[in-house]
Design a protein around this ligand. Sequence first.
Ligand SMILES: [Ca+2]
Ligand SMILES: [Ca+2]
Ligand SMILES: [Ca+2]
Length: 138
Amino acid sequence: MKRVGISIILILAVLALAGPALAGDQAKPTFDSVDKNRDGKIDMGEWLQVWVDKEAAKKNFQKLDRNQDGVLDDADGKIIFAERDKDANNKISRDEYVFDTNDAQAAHDDFVAYDSNRDTYVTWDEWRGNWPFMPYYY
Ligand SMILES: [Ca+2]
Ligand SMILES: [Ca+2]
Ligand SMILES: [Ca+2]
């Protein structure tokens, strides 16, 4: 039991170094995996279950909740999508995605992961399930 506790602490330490830490032993979440009651919205309670650092998670939630209605949903995702989509062609190119981060390599890797059909753009369909977990927007 003691060994398990130490292992968890080590895992959490590694995750903390890697960026915002996810609570528990989970893969990178998707919008729908966090929206436990499947109402199309992530509320603060659902959000906080995902993260180890609850204070940081609260701040991030407030930044992501662009329309300030207390939930994360498609409305916020579309606002942030539009902020990225500088030329307003309804898709986000790599340059639009990466431009304002100081960790361009990590942003590039994320972009490649989200561009699931590999057409070098992230469209709304690819964006919708993932946008709350793109750390560059925090
Ligand atoms: Ca929900
Ligand atoms: Ca909102
Ligand atoms: Ca794509």
